[in-house]
Design a protein. Structure first.
Length: 81
């Protein structure tokens, strides 16, 4: 937790960054679009089921790994600081 003085100082730094470098500030605040994650989950989850049914277990495992990676990224997003 930040103290009140630290919080004010951080807000002041953020405001200066936004004024001096607006493109950098927008890039740092950019979030991953949720529709992209959901479409990846749908495609690779569906491929996992389809490939398992037809017996292509190696490819199904790879799709399962991608699906699990997308789910982990959704739960714990990467923040570049």
């Amino acid at each position: 937790m930040l103290s009140e003085a630290e919080r004010r100082s951080l807000e002041e730094i953020e405001q200066r960054l936004l004024a001096d470098e607006p493109r950098l500030a927008r890039t740092m605040n950019r979030q991953v679009r949720p529709w992209l994650l959901y479409s990846l989950l749908l495609v690779f989850g569906g491929l996992t089921v389809l490939l398992t049914v037809i017996g292509a277990f190696g490819a199904a495992f790879q799709c399962l790994v991608v699906t699990a990676g997308v789910m982990m990224f959704r739960k714990y997003p990467v923040r570049l600081r």
